[in-house]
Design a binder for this molecule. Structure first.
Ligand SMILES: [Zn+2]
Length: 216
């Protein structure tokens, strides 16, 4: 069963394939709505001692997992670019470190930053796996930060925030919950509607554009 191409950009056919997987997911699965859009990701990777904190296999795996989880929404993501993170710490310690990334956003793409570590800004003794962040002096901008040690579902969870779901769920196994369940994390009907509506709004406003089709 084809899941996702490892090519940097997905074709519409790949999206359809993923939705078929979703439809077969089993009891409780939401019937897949029609494909809506493939959103372009730009991924900036921090370096430690000159070496990127994650490799391309790691990135492709997280993108593939995000697309499998997001399949019930008809919204998919595709890598448009992988680049080295601009100057700045690889270990993000505070709000200032997160805010600084706001100066390095690519327009019309979902901006992802992969860092060596990400400290909780409210409980400094804790490290976070990921965060959806709005720089304090530019709240209209937003970005996703994930740590190199984060799990397979973290990118998808943060994309769930990025795409209009600010709150966490109390349902174990839900993508927006901290409680894990068997199999792929799920989305409820309201979350699916929100993600679709948010993607539409972001495309309408040109905050995002659809990912370009894959070249033959
Ligand atoms: Zn969260």
């Amino acid at each position: 069963m084809p899941v996702l191409s490892s090519l940097s950009v997905l074709s519409p056919l790949s999206v359809l394939s993923v939705c078929v997987v979703c439809a077969l997911r089993g009891p409780g699965a939401i019937e897949a709505p029609p494909p809506l859009a493939v959103l372009p990701l730009t991924v900036a990777v921090a370096r430690v001692d000159g070496a990127p904190v994650v490799d391309r296999v790691w990135i492709d795996d997280r993108v593939e997992q995000a697309n499998a989880i997001l399949a019930p929404t008809g919204v998919q993501v595709a890598l448009a670019e992988v680049r080295a993170m601009p100057e700045g710490p690889a270990a993000l310690e505070d709000r200032k470190d997160r805010d600084a990334l706001g100066a390095h956003l690519r327009p019309r793409r979902v901006n992802i930053f992969v860092v060596a570590s990400l400290r909780d800004v409210d409980e400094p003794e804790r490290l976070r796996q990921g965060v959806h962040w709005r720089p304090r002096r530019a709240r209209q901008r937003h970005l996703v930060i994930v740590a190199a040690y984060s799990g397979r579902d973290t990118l998808a969870h943060e994309l769930g925030h990025f795409l209009g779901n600010p709150r966490h769920s109390h349902t174990p196994g839900n993508l927006m919950s901290y409680g894990r369940g068997p199999g792929l994390p799920t989305l409820d009907a309201a979350q699916v509607r929100t993600i679709r509506a948010t993607a539409r709004r972001m495309l309408r406003s040109r905050e995002l554009v659809v990912a370009p089709p894959v070249s033959p």
